[in-house]
Design a protein around this ligand. Sequence first.
Ligand SMILES: [Zn+2]
Length: 248
Amino acid sequence: MPKQSITIDPGHGGTDPGAVYENYLEKDWTLDISLHMAEELRKHGHPVSLTRVTDIRLTASQRAKLVRESGTAVCISNHINSGGGEGAEVIYSLHDERYLAALILEELAAAGMKKRRVYTRESTRHPGKDYYYIHRDTRPIETVIIEYGFIDNSNDRAKLSKPEFRKELAAATVRGITEYLALAEPKPPLSASVMIIDQSGRKIEFPKEKTQIIQGNTYLEGRELTNILGGKARWDADSKTATFDFKR
Ligand SMILES: [Zn+2]
């Protein structure tokens, strides 16, 4: 099966540095993490597109358009927080489930970031819509925003300013994404070995391909079971009625 493609959006860029602390700029760290993520995902066989690979500024509409037109299933928008706090947060769209964000946050915590929260944020001006444009304007792509840590927190800064650590965070995010994609992949149904003993005591093995295990229960195809037991099966498509007839 071909691997799913992923878009990576390194937050800010060019004349927009994002969060700043002394010589540290959010736009540099987000680009660095993003390039490592791209490398790691490609190693796993996932096609990757990025909204930027150099230090350029993108308008909100350019950025959203690049994500939308990438045609990928998932977009990761990388950011660094500021404003007093410590640790990593992952924000998902009002219109998505929380699994992808939650798996990524678990991996970031395992890599050494303090776990803050996984959440959605609704626009107050436009109820029912996402607060962040990168969620709002990139539908139907499942976009999550990762805030890796706070540039103005000394613990977070000590970690995030290390190039090696940023590489580890990129790998952690990729683990979260690949776990999520593996969960989303359709799996072949489980089948069961079933023995039928009919009224005369005859043992018959039920064809395994006509069995299925769903949530711990064994299901057998009705027509096959009826044939084995000497009955007749009928299906009425109009009323969607199956009749299993065992009368002698
Ligand atoms: Zn940012």
